[in-house]
Design a protein around this ligand. Structure first.
Ligand code: NAD
Length: 495
């Protein structure tokens, strides 16, 4: 299948890059190019910023309830196009269509619905000051105004393309900002479709602009643009570090959601049988979306007494994740996103072998004969379980972002926490135990922005979401996002 060329969306019009340059867009399941996207540069970004600036006065002055109606319309339209968008997302990323249909696209609609209505139900603060305890204190009334900040630059990765892009667009627009969004050049399709739906939803021209292109050119120009005071970025730690330096020097407000190497801790009392077992949960946490979710539990830490039994279960679960055509409704394991990424995953498993690790299953691409004919040139990798690696080696320390999980044993709660906290990252973690006191104790001791107890990927959009250390700066979700995209101004009135 070949789809029409994608375009930038600037000031309400679909336009090519000014240079006329394009990038090929590939279907990971086949390894073949299916369309092109604009290869935009600073000039395209500048035009989009201008369009967003022009749209800002009217959009920010619009009654919040009117903005909300349009964003709810967009949520409805995403839901109405669930099937089309799911197929598109699956084709673009290699993820099973069933996953796109049950997670990516419904969540994209939920993002708009959530922030469109949240913005109507948040109150600003008021502090009635009685003058006491402060030298020269007078009676005064303080209230805090929250105003949109202008043009927001929103940059997102390829693993959950529409889900993560809308997670930024929705709060930015709901609070009255306009935006220039830069989706991943690897997976640009659903961003294009979103712009078509935005027109239908009544989102005024220039409010949502999308510029496609490579990170260094399109993304870098957006980060460096002098009239974009807000940057919200989700992606790799290395790029986040560069953005922190550039944007920090320009006094921009920056949110960075970066990589992770998330521990999945299994205590000796963890349930070991049935669909709710720790093993079943670990299989899901390790291999969903081919392990390409920043929240995946890629480092299993298991109590010594369960180690061998747990590894056997994990291997059995991994082997059951048979790779297939992502477009097939029955497929649960699709392709990884690109040839380059497949090489990275392969390299890390090779490194694991060289470091003396034992590869229990996977460790290779499936034999072409095991895949449907259409997918024989695709970028597939078998779910892989590795044991026997030391804590300080790079396979345990660095993010792989593929269907590869390492398993380490621990003897005590202290050791589990020390191993869990022993990387530069701090995004998410999972604790599996029936002991309530231990669950709370360990949750409090883990250096992670998100701790799940006896579950994984349960997302309440009101909760703060983000990482510590090399996993990022700032929090998204709920009031955190509404505050991020607004400027607080305190007004103090002498009484
Ligand atoms: P990436 O950093 O390579 O790219 C992310 C986005 O940034 C893309 O749109 C890319 O074009 C753009 N970009 C690249 N270089 C840029 C630059 N110099 N200036 C501005 N923009 C630039 O990441 P990726 O490979 O697309 O995504 C995978 C990474 O994202 C993983 O590390 C994963 O953990 C992380 N991630 C984090 C979260 C989270 O919420 N913490 C969620 C999903 C993915």
């Amino acid at each position: 299948m070949h789809t029409p060329p994608l375009a930038n969306f600037i000031g309400g019009r679909f336009v090519p890059a000014k240079s006329g340059q394009t990038l090929e867009v590939f279907e990971p399941a086949t390894g073949k190019a299916v369309t092109t996207a604009p290869d935009s540069d600073a000039g395209d970004v500048h035009e989009a910023v201008q369009a967003a600036e022009e749209a800002f006065p009217a959009w920010s002055a619009m009654a919040a309830v009117e903005r909300s109606k349009r964003l709810v319309n967009l949520a409805d339209l995403i839901e109405a196009n669930l099937d089309r968008l799911s197929r598109m997302e699956s084709m673009d990323t290699g993820k099973p269509v069933a996953l796109a249909r049950s997670v990516d696209i419904p969540r994209s609609a939920a993002n708009f619905r959530f922030f469109a209505t949240a913005a109507l139900h948040t109150s600003s603060e008021c502090h009635d000051f009685d003058g006491g305890g402060v030298p020269g204190g007078l009676r005064a009334l303080n209230y805090t105004l929250r105003r949109p900040r202008g043009v927001a630059g929103l940059i997102s990765p390829w693993n959950l393309p529409l889900y993560l892009l809308t997670w930024k667009i929705a709060p930015a627009l709901a609070t009255g900002n306009t935006c220039v969004a830069k989706p991943s050049e690897v997976t640009p399709m659903t961003a294009h479709a979103l712009c078509e739906l935005a027109v239908e939803a009544g989102i005024s021209s220039g409010v949502l602009n999308v510029v496609h292109g490579r990170g260094v050119d399109a993304g870098g120009s957006l980060v460096k643009h002098a009239r974009v005071p807000t940057i919200s970025f989700t992606g790799s730690t290395a790029v986040g570090q560069w953005i922190a330096r550039e944007a920090g020097g320009m006094f921009k407000r920056v949110s960075l959601e970066l990589g992770g190497k998330n521990p999945f801790i299994v205590f000796e009392d963890a349930p070991m049988e049935g669909p709710e077992s720790a093993v079943a949960l670990a299989v899901r946490a390790a291999f969903t979306n081919q392990g390409q979710i920043c929240l995946c539990g890629s480092r299993v830490l298991v109590h010594k007494s369960l180690h061998d039994r747990f590894v056997a279960g994990l291997v059995e679960g991994a082997r059951a994740q048979i790779a297939g055509d992502p477009a097939d409704e029955r497929t649960r394991q699709g392709a990884v996103v690109s040839a380059q990424h497949l090489e990275k995953v392969r390299g890390m498993v090779e490194a694991a072998r060289e470091l003396g690790g034992r590869v229990h299953c996977g460790g290779k691409s499936p034999a072409p004969g095991g895949l449907p004919e259409r997918c024989r040139g695709g970028w597939f990798y078998e779910p892989t379980v590795v044991t026997g690696l030391p804590q300080d080696c790079r396979v345990v320390q660095e993010e792989i972002f593929g269907p590869v999980v390492t398993v380490q044993a621990f003897e005590s709660e202290e050791e589990a926490v020390r191993l869990a906290n022993g990387t530069k990252y701090g995004l998410a973690s999972v604790v599996v135990t029936r002991d309530v006191s231990r669950a709370h104790r360990v949750a409090g001791a883990l250096n992670a922005g998100v701790v799940w107890v006896n579950c994984w990927m349960v997302r309440d959009l009101r909760t703060p979401f983000g990482g510590m250390g090399a996993s990022g700066v700032g929090r998204e979700g709920g009031v955190e996002a509404l505050r991020f995209f607004t400027e607080g101004r305190n007004v103090c009135v002498r009484l």
